[in-house]
Design a binder for this molecule. Structure first.
Ligand SMILES: [Zn+2]
Length: 77
């Protein structure tokens, strides 16, 4: 994902929490997931590959990357 796409994406989302190498955003306006083009629920930006994540609540995840960060797009069905 390039910088302009990333900036546009994040500007549409609601910041939720950050810390521990992770920043999460809530998708309140049904932005389409860049990977599967279905609206996602949350974007989790992982700034540190070593960060442990609680993924048990995430049933379906699409993954992208930006500048070495891992972007997790979560879908709850
Ligand atoms: Zn997706």
């Amino acid at each position: 994902m390039d910088d302009s796409a990333y900036d546009e994406l994040v500007s549409s989302l609601t910041p939720q929490e950050s810390g521990g190498g992770v920043t999460s955003y809530r998708n309140t306006v049904s932005v389409a997931c860049p990977a599967c083009e279905e609206p996602f629920d949350d974007l989790v930006v992982v700034h540190d590959d070593e960060t442990p994540l609680e993924l048990s609540r995430m049933l379906d995840i699409c993954v992208s990357r930006h500048d070495g960060d891992v972007l997790l797009f979560t879908h709850r069905h």
